[in-house]
Design a protein around this ligand. Structure first.
Ligand SMILES: C[S@@+](CC[C@H](N)C(=O)[O-])C[C@H]1O[C@@H](n2cnc3c(N)ncnc32)[C@H](O)[C@@H]1O
Length: 276
């Protein structure tokens, strides 16, 4: 199953997509995939039009639009959408508070936002380094430097450490990427929690996924001392369902039933990888 289908299945079982006007924030699911979920309309917005390449022409059973637009300034009237779908995007939005306000504004009363994202900056590989230097890719998944060092060390300490492993120019490039690039917003997990609390949304479901890695007690204390808004540096992903106003008991039941069936499916796929 593709990632697109995996996320769409999740959203379908938790918030329902059939006959809904859906706004996708940050990314562009292929219309050929969307069609199976029978929305009334699907509007993808992203600040990088490359996401839309090859996906903008679709003559199917729903209206499909892809727009070069920021979530912080959505050019649609109030109350335009029934659902918002956003995967792996919030951590890249520079002004997430503004983005939350805009998403709330364009949702219809009773509308729901389904999102999965990672509080990247406070996670083990939160520096998110991804650069090419002399034909080699230095990627955060391949241990460019020890987990959480971008939070524990000062910039100049990190640079001296890097100079012990790499040449001076590469060490400087890595530091620039870590601290200056606009790739991620550098919010810690607690900042996302605060944004959510301060927004007008009602939280229907909040799942925090943690992936094993834990800093030592001393390193954890250093992280939290330097970044008081980091509550838990082991959190690597959130799944949220929030709504504009109250949702019914029936919708709440459907959402939890959907969550359980998704989890059961995941377990079955692990146990019987081929047959499910
Ligand atoms: C890591 S990609 C995820 C794309 C896709 N959802 C996926 O899971 O493959 C993050 C996307 O968010 C987009 N993005 C960043 N800031 C944005 C903003 N302010 N408004 C809309 N999209 C934004 C980026 O251009 C990028 O396409």
């Amino acid at each position: 199953m593709t990632d697109e289908k995996k996320y769409m299945d999740f959203a379908k079982s938790l918030v329902g997509l059939r006959h809904q006007d859906v706004l996708e924030v940050g990314g562009c699911i292929s219309p050929e995939v969307i069609t199976d979920y029978e929305p009334r309309s699907w509007t993808s917005i992203d600040v990088n039009p490359k996401r839309f390449e090859g996906k903008t022409t679709f003559n199917g059973n729903f209206t499909f639009t892809a727009e070069n637009m920021s979530v912080t300034d959505i050019k649609h009237p109030d109350n335009s959408f029934d659902r918002i779908f956003s995967v792996n995007c919030f951590e890249h939005v520079d002004d997430l508070k503004k983005g939350m306000d805009e998403m709330f504004r364009v949702l219809r009363p009773g509308g729901k936002l389904f999102t999965i994202f990672g509080p990247i900056w406070s996670s083990p590989v939160g520096h998110h380094t991804w650069i090419e230097y002399e034909g080699h890719i230095y990627h955060f998944m391949n241990g460019v430097f020890p987990d959480w060092d971008h939070l524990i060390k000062t910039r100049s300490e990190l640079k001296s450490d890097l100079e012990e492993r790499y040449d001076e120019e590469l060490a400087e490039n890595i530091c620039r990427y870590v601290y200056d690039s606009s790739d991620i917003n550098r919010l810690a997990d607690g900042d996302y929690e605060k944004n959510l609390k301060d927004s007008n949304f009602r939280v229907n479901l909040r799942v925090r996924k943690k992936r094993g890695k834990k800093p030592s007690k001393k390193r954890r204390e250093a992280i939290i001392y330097n970044y008081p808004s980091c509550n838990d540096p082991t959190v690597t992903e959130y799944l949220l369902v929030v709504s504009k106003g109250k949702i019914s008991i029936r919708d709440t039941f459907t959402m939890y039933f959907g969550l359980v069936s998704q989890l059961m499916n995941k377990i079955l796929q692990k146990v019987f990888p081929r047959s499910v």
